[in-house]
Design a binder for this molecule. Structure first.
Ligand code: FA5
Length: 348
């Protein structure tokens, strides 16, 4: 074999390969061609075997021209491949063109705030208009903030694990929003006027008006000469703004360790209109309790370093679920947590 013959064979092989690339009409043909022109056994690479028949002087030159020819074929193949892919893409874009000016196929359903959120927002709005700031506190509390600082006796039944969810390590899920009173008073001086909305937890069996997870809004006002009349006026104003002036409300004396005196506010039962007979919402009493309240106990004021001779205050804690039930005439608290869109849609 001479260098000249090699040149001829190489030229032929290159022309043949370039022609096949040129002729390949679609991507399937390119795929078939790929091993033939690009692979280790391509006719051009096969020519390397002939190097043995050349003299040592001729070999480097021969190797170089073979590699160059192979590179030209590979470049031609790659260029054609890229051009075909681009053409295919352009064709797809053309046929799959989207007319963005067409009207949508169907209206997207709009979400809405949950009725509990709507009720909470309304409560916050009413108190904000009366000059209250909003404060928050943790849902995982210590016994100190949930009970001790609020003047609960060491053996108070609320501390029992039958009533409160305790966590490994000693914390508990707060049973009311009242701990926020303490946390706030530790960091702020009177005059204080806050509400504290949030989630609360109790080991309560589910019935028409009880759920183990529910929401409260705490209220706290501390200043000079705060009296029961201020509390009464504030809660009556709230009830009027929330429910209108037709709804009957009443205060009953009640006991909470962190207030003195203590009271509960009831509203006329929305389910039976106050008649009571056989009603499961008010348990036949004609009234449903919506909040606890009272004047802040002197021991609580002292526990946060305030002088009960100089300042006094009132506090209240209302159940958001009960208020939402009343507002919308809902007869079971379960409705709020079942996420049934047929129920929720009514509040959109
Ligand atoms: C308290 O939680 C007191 N911290 C309220 C308070 C605050 C009194 C400040 C004095 C001063 P009570 O346990 O009554 O009180 O709960 C308050 C309200 O939370 C109830 O009136 C009721 O509306 C709601 N509530 C209580 N338990 C549940 C429950 N399991 N499910 C739904 N709502 C509940």
């Amino acid at each position: 074999m001479s260098l000249e013959t090699l040149h001829q064979d190489l030229d032929q092989a290159e022309q043949a390969a370039l022609a096949s690339v040129e002729q390949a009409g679609d991507s399937a043909a390119m795929d078939r061609l790929r091993p033939e022109v690009m692979g280790k056994k391509s006719p051009i690479r096969q020519l390397m075997k002939m190097l043995g028949g050349l003299s040592a002087d001729e070999r480097p030159e021969a190797g170089r021209v073979i590699n160059e020819a192979q590179a030209r074929v590979e470049a031609a193949f790659a260029a054609k491949d890229a051009a075909m892919k681009e053409a295919a893409l352009n064709q797809r874009l053309e046929t799959e063109r989207i007319d963005v000016t067409l009207p949508g196929a169907f209206p997207l359903p709009l979400g809405a705030l949950h009725p509990l959120t709507q009720t909470l927002n309304e409560i916050v709005r009413i108190f904000t208009a009366m000059g209250y700031d909003t404060a928050t506190g943790p849902e995982v509390e210590t016994e100190h903030y949930n009970f001790d600082a609020l003047n609960f006796a060491p053996n108070h039944p609320a501390r029992d694990s039958h009533d409160s969810f305790y966590l490994p390590g000693g914390g508990l899920l707060r049973t009311h929003t009242s701990p926020v009173q303490i946390r706030y008073m530790q960091n702020h001086k009177p005059p204080i006027q806050i509400i504290a909305p949030g989630r609360t937890f109790r080991v309560d069996d589910v019935d028409a008006t009880h759920s183990p997870v529910f929401h409260q809004v705490e209220g706290l006002l501390v200043d000079e000469n705060v009296s029961l009349a201020h509390l009464n006026g504030t809660l009556t104003a709230f009830a009027r703004a929330m429910f209108g002036s037709d709804l009957a409300t009443r205060f009953r004396a009640s006991y909470f360790p962190f207030v003195e005196p203590g009271a509960e506010m009831d509203v006329q039962c929305w389910e039976c209109g106050g008649k009571g007979t056989g009603c499961r919402v008010c348990k036949s009493s004609g009234w449903v309790e919506i909040l606890g309240a009272g004047l802040v106990h002197p021991n609580v004021l002292k526990s946060v370093g305030l002088d009960p001779q100089k300042v006094s205050g009132f506090a209240f804690g209302m159940g958001v679920e009960r208020i939402a039930m009343l507002r919308y005439g809902i007869s079971s608290i379960r409705n709020f947590y079942e996420n049934d869109v047929r129920f929720l849609r009514q509040f959109a």
